[in-house]
Design a protein around this ligand. Structure first.
Ligand SMILES: *[C@@H]1O[C@H](CO)[C@@H](O)[C@H](O)[C@H]1NC(C)=O
Ligand SMILES: *[C@@H]1O[C@H](CO)[C@@H](O)[C@H](O)[C@H]1NC(C)=O
Ligand SMILES: *[C@@H]1O[C@H](CO)[C@@H](O)[C@H](O)[C@H]1NC(C)=O
Ligand SMILES: *[C@@H]1O[C@H](CO)[C@@H](O)[C@H](O)[C@H]1NC(C)=O
Ligand SMILES: *[C@@H]1O[C@H](CO)[C@@H](O)[C@H](O)[C@H]1NC(C)=O
Ligand SMILES: *[C@@H]1O[C@H](CO)[C@@H](O)[C@H](O)[C@H]1NC(C)=O
Ligand SMILES: *[C@@H]1O[C@H](CO)[C@@H](O)[C@H](O)[C@H]1NC(C)=O
Length: 305
């Protein structure tokens, strides 16, 4: 009886202990690629970290850089962050600060695993790398983390079965094979990440670790756009705000022949271009992240600790 009470107490305590408290987090430190880079505006407008900072009243410290793979997070983003903390230009209270990483799209994508351009690497390497980001920051004193998994890239125009030559790829390809393989890479990478994070979490004493399910959120936006998109054009999850068709083998630095949605029509789209989410999709991500951090809902996040 006492044993059972103790077990229920411990279970209750661990449930309570998972995740930061509402209002605890004041600073948002973001790492990643073009999906998170606030300067390149890969969505054609404002990026999710800026919306999330507004929504959640966080001070934003952005480190993500367009084109990044996980290895470039280690080669440039983390060193910049560590330089700034070492020279005193960045002082963040670990308790009030949450660190996010959204990475993988370039590792698995068109210039990565999909086309065999990262010699010797597999989805296991890139996933282990992403999970190691968390360990390295923990070792430096960070305590609150959100790991954003990969979206269902097979739904992006670049990787769709009926894809066309575009700014990311104009060479001959079998779009069916790309669609099948990119789905394998994103779903298996996400599954490996979850297992690795679940086993890492109990070893990082005093940390709060959340897995943000971007994959499920984007799959839901794709399946049920009426819940998320509010533009004045017909809802469109297969096309893009800025869709540009190229000739086969044409230089990817050409402009292509573009169809552009303008004004309020843009908020009807899931994708901004053939690879990047639209501004409205970014608003959805931002609200979901802010709500997760402030513990308003657990809909898209699982706190492992
Ligand atoms: C927003 O955050 C700042 C700095 O942490 C704080 O001073 C202010 O009271 C917060 N505002 C709201 C509306 O919570
Ligand atoms: C601290 O390091 C950062 C990143 O290297 C650099 O941009 C900044 O100028 C440095 N600040 C000081 C006060 O040395
Ligand atoms: C990938 O991981 C394997 C197994 O751990 C290792 O042998 C290999 O060197 C790694 N390759 C790269 C490019 O990181
Ligand atoms: C593309 O790949 C699919 C799946 O392997 C195959 O069924 C199809 O015949 C291929 N198409 C062309 C044009 O080679
Ligand atoms: C979706 O957008 C694309 C442009 O990327 C356009 O060609 C297509 O007709 C649109 N579909 C719908 C249903 O409006
Ligand atoms: C595109 O390039 C490939 C490889 O160089 C070549 O085999 C193919 O004939 C080219 N197709 C066109 C339409 O230029
Ligand atoms: C769609 O909703 C967002 C809030 O999620 C709002 O900021 C935006 O202005 C809305 N777009 C339109 C066209 O009404």
């Amino acid at each position: 009886m006492v044993g059972r009470l103790l077990i229920s107490f411990l279970l209750a305590a661990s449930v309570i202990a998972a995740g930061p408290s509402p209002g605890q987090i004041k600073n948002l430190v973001t790492f990643g690629d073009s999906y998170t880079d606030v300067d390149r505006h890969a969505d054609g407008g404002i990026m999710w970290p800026v919306f999330a900072a507004e929504e959640g009243n966080f001070t934003l410290f952005p480190f993500a850089i367009s084109g990044a793979t996980c290895s470039s997070v280690f080669a440039s983003q983390l060193p910049t962050y560590f330089d700034k903390t070492a020279n005193g230009s960045l002082k963040l209270d670990p308790k009030e600060t949450i660190y996010t990483l959204w990475i993988g799209t370039n590792d698995v994508g068109v210039h990565g695993l999909l086309t065999g351009q990262t010699v010797g690497a597999t989805v296991v390497n890139t996933t282990a790398c992403a999970v190691n980001w968390l360990q390295v920051l923990y070792d430096s004193g960070a305590r609150n983390f959100i790991f954003q998994n990969m979206v269902p890239l097979e739904t992006a125009p670049l990787y769709a079965r009926d894809s066309y030559p575009n700014r990311y790829w104009t060479a001959q390809r079998n779009t069916t094979e790309w669609n099948v393989f990119i789905k394998e890479l994103t779903t298996s990478g996400n599954a490996i990440a979850e297992l690795m994070l679940r086993s890492l979490a109990p070893t990082l004493h005093g940390a709060h670790i959340g897995l943000f399910d971007s994959h499920a959120l984007f799959a839901d936006m794709f399946a049920r756009p009426q819940l998320y998109f509010n533009g004045t054009a017909p809802l469109n999850v297969t096309g893009a705000v800025h869709a540009c068709v190229f000739e086969l083998n044409e230089s990817t630095t050409d402009p292509g022949v573009c169809t552009d949605a303008v004004g309020t029509d843009q908020d009807s789209f899931l994708w901004y271009d053939e690879l990047h989410p639209s501004v409205q999709a970014e608003r959805v991500v931002a609200k979901a992240i802010s709500d997760a951090v402030h513990r308003k809902t657990e809909k898209w996040i699982t706190w492992f600790s």
